[in-house]
Structures are given as structure tokens and as C-alpha cells.
Write a protein that binds this ligand. Structure first.
Ligand SMILES: Nc1ncnc2c1ncn2[C@@H]1O[C@H](COP(=O)(O)OP(=O)(O)OP(=O)(O)O)[C@@H](O)[C@H]1O
Ligand SMILES: [Mg+2]
Length: 251
């Protein structure tokens, strides 16, 4: 992996709205979204299915454009796919005809620094599978290859859409710690979509809770506990309770 520090970038989401379709079939997905994310900050996005989390990541990465408002990265407006962003999608989206190594190489080619792709694959637990095709590995392995491809870009802003959803519980914890370690070293700004409150609590500096589709941000919770965190730290309890009760679950 590249040893150069990328030092992250600030991200501002300014009065963003996004709708799909027009007139009677118009669906308002995001409304009045305002969020300032600092360089090197780790933000988790939480919210009910269909509330617009993936849509918001697409707007930040420039894969789609807001209907109103704008997104800036280091004060420049995102217009078109932004090379400062690395994206790990909700589904692995590997090219089926390329080996895992060649898929990760695609990310590495976007990085001006030389990347040791095999070391990166080993780091996500895929040593020995470099030559495998995506269909020859499990869903969780493909997802880890996709994470390696995102990291190989050495992005200033790393956008991850439920990247660990298909992993078994233990691998998931290992990958969370790997992600923390890698992004802390380079002070990468991270925006991480998850449905898992404990995952958000372990990783995030702030948790942004989106309301139901079209209703904007419900709440922003700053997790005031030093990182790296002990998963069972008593200081996390009030934050966990707050987030669970947001979703109507009382402990
Ligand atoms: N290209 C599109 N055209 C029309 N509607 C869309 C499009 N993309 C997303 N939507 C709609 O926007 C809403 C939000 O979708 P999005 O994928 O962002 O939700 P999400 O919060 O990521 O959900 P999940 O947790 O299930 O992944 C959904 O109602 C979806 O149908
Ligand atoms: Mg989604």
C-alpha cells in the first residue's frame, strides 16, 4: 500500500435536495441536507431502508448530481465523477472477467503512488486468491476485494456503502479495525453507510441519522469516546442507548 499520507479532504453538503421522476411521479428522496465533514473525520450514515443513503454517497462522489444545492470537496464543487473519492459500493461490482488482483489493480492504477496490490489483498485476508475470478469466491470475499480496490486508490474521501454487510461476524470486526487503521494512518475522510448501530459506534466520530425518505437529517450524534475504542467500553452505553431509542428499540 502507498505509504504517502493523503491527508483527507473536507466535504460540505449544502442545501442538497434530490428527487427522481417528474410531476406526479416525482419522488423526493433527500431534502434540506446540510452537513460539514472535516478532513480526516469518520462519519457513519444510518437510516431506514430507502431513505437515500446510497443516493447521498452517489452525489458526494459525483456519480449523480443533486436536484438542488451542491457538494464541495476541499471547497471545490463536485461536478462529474470525482477522482478524489474512492467508492466501495453496496454490492462488490467487480469486473467478472478479471481476477481479484486485476480488479484491485484497477484502483491502484488511479493512484499515482505505486501500490503493492498483493500486500493489500493479504491485508484484507485474500492471500492465495489473487488469481481467482469474482465468481469463484464467496460474497464476503468479493466484498473484501472491493474494499481493497477502494483503498488502492488512496482516496482523500472514502465512501463506503454497507461494505461489511455480507461478512461473517468475526471477519466483520477484523475489517472494521483494518479500515480504522488504514484511514487513520492517512487521515482519510470516511463516509460509511451501515445499518449496524454497534458498527457505527465503533467506527464513527459522528453518526448522522437520516429520517424516512424525503425528511432530511433526523439527528447527528457525536460519539465522544477516544478511538480506537474498546467495543464494550461503558462510555459507549449512553450513545448506544440514544441510537437504539432513535429506532424505537429500548434496551
Ligand atoms: N435512479 C433512480 N431512479 C428513481 N428512483 C431512485 C433512483 N435511485 C434511487 N431511487 C429511489 O430513491 C430512494 C432511496 O434509495 P437509496 O438507494 O438511496 O436508499 P438507501 O437508503 O440506500 O436504502 P438501503 O438501506 O435499502 O440501501 C428509493 O426510494 C429509491 O427507489
Ligand atoms: Mg443503499
Amino acid at each position: 500500500m502507498s505509504s504517502t499520507l493523503n491527508l483527507g479532504a473536507s466535504v460540505k453538503i449544502i442545501d442538497v435536495q434530490k428527487h427522481f421522476g417528474r410531476s406526479r411521479s416525482r419522488v423526493d428522496v433527500l431534502r434540506d441536507i446540510n452537513l460539514e465533514i472535516k478532513q480526516g473525520e469518520f462519519v457513519a450514515l444510518l437510516g431506514p431502508s430507502g431513505c437515500g443513503k446510497s443516493t447521498l454517497l452517489r452525489l458526494i462522489s459525483g456519480l449523480d448530481t443533486p436536484s438542488l444545492g451542491s457538494v464541495t470537496i476541499d471547497e471545490t464543487v463536485v461536478s462529474g465523477v470525482d477522482s478524489r473519492c474512492g467508492v466501495v459500493f453496496q454490492e462488490p461490482r467487480l469486473l467478472p472477467w478479471l481476477s481479484l488482483r486485476d480488479n484491485v489493480e484497477l484502483g491502484a492504477n488511479l493512484n499515482p503512488e505505486k501500490v503493492d496490490v498483493d500486500a493489500l489483498l493479504a491485508r484484507v485476508g485474500l492471500a492465495g486468491f489473487e488469481k481467482s475470478l469474482p465468481r469463484e469466491v464467496s460474497g464476503g470475499m468479493a466484498q473484501r476485494a472491493s474494499l481493497a480496490r477502494g483503498l488502492a486508490v488512496n482516496p482523500k474521501v472514502l465512501l463506503l456503502d454497507e461494505p461489511f454487510a455480507a461478512l461473517d461476524a468475526l471477519t466483520r470486526l477484523t475489517m472494521q479495525d483494518l479500515l480504522l487503521e488504514v484511514t487513520r494512518e492517512s487521515k482519510t475522510t470516511v463516509i460509511f453507510v451501515t445499518h449496524d448501530i454497534d458498527e457505527a459506534l465503533h467506527l464513527a466520530d459522528r453518526v448522522v441519522v437520516l429520517a424516512q425518505r424525503g425528511n432530511g437529517i433526523d439527528e447527528i450524534v457525536r460519539i465522544g469516546v477516544e478511538k480506537p475504542r474498546d467495543r464494550s467500553h461503558v462510555d459507549l452505553v449512553p450513545f448506544r442507548n440514544e441510537l437504539f431509542s432513535k429506532f424505537g428499540i429500548h434496551h
